[in-house]
Ligand binder design. Sequence first.
Ligand code: GLY
Ligand code: MN
Ligand code: MN
Length: 281
Amino acid sequence: RKLRRGRKGALGPSAIEDAAAFLAEFRLFKTEAELDLMRAGATITDEAHRAAMTQCRPGMNEYEIDALIEYTFRRRGAWAPAYTSIVGGGANACILHYIENNAALREGDLLLIDAGAEVDGFALDITRTSPVSGKFSPAQADLYQAVLRSQEEAIAATRPGTTLSDIHDGVVRSLTASMVDLGLLDGAVDDLIETGAYRRFYMHKTSHWLGADVHDAGRYKLSSGADRPLEPGMVLTIEPGIYVAPDDELAPEALRGIGIRIEDDILVTEGGYENLTLATP
Ligand code: GLY
Ligand code: MN
Ligand code: MN
């Protein structure tokens, strides 16, 4: 409109720029007030995961757990789930974006829950995997410990200057070594990484930015194309997993149909990191 009034001397813009990349930087670095919202979201999400773990029984349906989680979020004042919750019993945990959430939970199976509350516009993203009837089988416990170990190592290594690729590479190395120990893979760890053989059981990345969206805005690379070093104020997920397809006839039989992921939300600090979701067992 200003340009149309140019005859009267009005000055209009000479260019229009997309502010998305500029604004994404503000989303990537959290203020203290934003972190307080994320901490509040972590507390609500923790309550929902605990309710699911403690109230889950064989014979219940995945949708009952899904509803319990959403009820807990809303009862505590969260806006909604930050994304469609994944509630996968047994081999459904091996389907990465399983959202049907409509199968019966069976004695002896694990239950993978990937669910996070959205509180005042900020998303949490937590995954826990726990036994439907309260006790891990030895095979389930072995796989669980392998995923947990890789995640604990990755979280401990989070600090300014490291990159998401460093974190992912460490997880891949740890998981691949465990896959050999557990009889899922055979060979030298370096070769299995080099050829990508580990991807049969770990086929996704380890991290993404988290904040106003679950997969939040913010550049992952520098303009040179190199990986972007972590800086204080960024929040990322660390979410390793192992998924053994139920029809993988080359895998040890006891491990088939088991899917495990453990996901926490990590704030980068000056001195290293703060695990915002540490409270969730
Ligand atoms: N819940 C989506 C994700 O973990 O990336
Ligand atoms: Mn995630
Ligand atoms: Mn998730």
